[in-house]
Write a protein that binds this ligand. Structure first.
Ligand code: ADP
Length: 501
């Protein structure tokens, strides 16, 4: 076997062949520099595998492949129903390989296996199928003006799309971006996060079998500042779609200006969850827990600021603390009863611990967690679910995104104060409102500055519904019909039917 593949056995006993190359033109290849990145198991800090890392030269090669594929009649002129069929086959292949893909995701990322399999992989298959269905439903309009003119629009693909994804949901983020890009006829260069390269490479093994022509889908690994920056700045790339931190999103925006790339960005958040005195408290507690603690708290839409109306504050805090202690079971992600695995990397782990120190030193009250969790073999990047109460608006932990199993709780008196404080952030991704008053719920949904509002739930995402942020949480929308907007141009055609100059 060439060194482009390695035989691995995962901690759950699953044996499989892991590709190590860059996936360009339907083949795995080495990087030109020979540079590699090492993937670490966050549960025990051991090396899983090393994979080739792309540099600017490799990005050039991938762009040439994607550009050629974009113009090739085998893709450009493909009947739109046939394009949908290839995507559907891709989704079916992912479904057939879902146990292996979920295993890799858990091993490389640390998320519980049951979540990787039943939530992430189900979402990946569902998203690709959903957009496969759109492939033959994308069309322009005839716009009536006068009998002397026929005017119509064509919805055409943008071209070569650069897609840069994060490490918290590698396969799902890839699906959110591949689905709309492919069904509209674009070609893609997708870069996985350097922390989680493995599942995306395995996905590459299914691309050719699904029937995509060479160069339509290319997967690169590599560091953000090298491979990612080369994608963002490349003159041969027409669009950039990014999910990650707000700081990196701003850098990408600047780089993408070089040729005025079309951009969509999905960045950070500090989403509020408001609980009013009239809320169903039991429901509020359960959703608040899911809203911040799922996926190890590494969710851009995590409802990380809980704001409770004074009348139910003490009751909520007591019930929430009890619920977290009972359900946020930290452990080996391959164990069936584990709710929370390790943080993705040592850097993230240390970052969360530093916010714990900040909370303590600024005078917030630590009511749960607040330390590393050492009971999973003494290794790995585990953190005890952490709750701070008595948190003030000026505290760093109230204002900044922590991206961990870490929540701040604060109280409010009136609806006006709740709105003002919910909106008192540079972010605007999600917001949750708990009230039994239907009028108040809808009123708040309009007044809160966020891309998504959940009334009596939190992080209740659905592939059919637009996802994205306002303010510094992003630009554009993914998922749903809205997700297609990011991947097509509307070309206008004016046909003169006889008006003479
Ligand atoms: P985090 O800080 O949590 O690792 P980032 O937003 O930096 O998140 O990373 C998300 C994705 O963006 C990853 O694929 C990463 O490689 C990429 N990335 C990071 N920095 C840059 C950059 N300067 N240019 C382009 N891509 C980048």
């Amino acid at each position: 076997m060439s060194d482009l593949f390695v035989e691995l056995t995962a901690p759950n006993g699953v044996k499989y062949t892991q590709p190590r190359g860059l996936f360009i033109n339907n083949e795995f290849v080495k990087s030109k520099s020979g540079e590699t990145i090492i993937s670490i198991n966050p549960s025990d800090e051991n090396e899983i595998a090393s994979v080739y890392a792309a540099g600017p030269e490799d990005v050039d090669i991938a762009v040439a492949a994607a550009r050629k594929a974009f113009k090739d009649p085998s893709w450009r002129d493909l009947d739109s129903s046939a394009r949908g069929d290839i995507m559907y086959k891709f989704a079916e292949l992912i479904d057939q390989h879902k146990e292996t893909l979920a295993t890799i995701e858990t091993w490389d990322n640390g998320k519980p296996y049951s979540v990787a399999l039943n939530e992430d992989l189900a979402e990946v298959v569902g998203t690709i199928k959903y957009y496969a269905g759109y492939a033959n439903k994308i069309h322009g309009q005839v716009i009536d003006t006068s009998p002397a003119k026929l005017a119509y629009t064509i919805r055409e693909p943008l071209g070569v799309c650069g897609q840069i994804i994060p490490w918290n949901y590698p396969l799902a983020m890839a699906a959110w971006k591949l689905g709309p890009a492919l069904c509209t006829g674009n070609t893609v260069i997708l870069k996985a996060a350097e922390q989680t390269p493995l599942s995306i490479l395995y996905l590459g093994t299914l691309v050719k079998e699904a029937g995509f022509p060479p160069g339509v889908i290319n997967f690169l690994n590599g560091e953000g500042r090298k491979a990612g920056a080369a994608i963002a700045q490349h003159l041969g790339i027409d669009k950039i779609a990014f999910t990650g931190s707000t700081g990196t999103g701003k850098e990408i925006m600047k780089m993408a200006a070089v040729n005025m790339k079309n951009i969509t960005l999905e960045t950070g958040g500090k989403s509020p969850l408001l609980v009013f005195d009239d809320a169903d408290l039991d429901q509020a507690v359960k959703w608040a827990h899911i809203g911040i603690m799922c996926n190890q708290g590494q969710v851009c839409t995590a409802t990380s600021r809980i704001l409770i109306q004074e009348g139910v504050y003490d009751k909520f805090v007591a019930a929430f603390k009890e619920h977290v202690a009972k359900t946020s079971i930290v452990g080996d992600p391959f164990n069936d009863d584990t709710f929370q695995g390790p943080q993705i990397t040592k850097t993230q782990y240390e970052r969360v611990l530093s916010y714990i120190e900040s909370g303590k030193s600024e005078g917030a009250t630590l009511v749960a967690g607040g330390e590393a969790y050492k009971d999973v073999g003494g290794k790995g990047f585990f953190i005890s679910p952490t709750i701070f109460t008595n948190v003030k608006d000026h505290h760093k932990i109230y204002r900044e995104e922590v991206f961990g199993p870490f929540v701040v709780i604060s109280s409010f008196k009136t609806e006006e104060e709740a709105i003002e404080r919910a909106n008192g952030t540079t972010y605007g991704l999600g917001a949750a409102v708990f009230t039994q008053d239907i009028t108040k719920g809808h009123r708040l949904a309009r007044l809160i500055e966020a891309g998504m509002v959940w009334i009596n739930s939190s992080n209740d995402s659905d592939i059919r519904i637009p996802f994205g942020g306002v303010k510094q949480s992003g630009i554009g929308r993914e998922l749903g019909e809205a997700g297609l907007e990011a991947y097509t141009n509307k070309k206008a055609v004016h046909v003169n039917l006889g008006t003479k100059l």
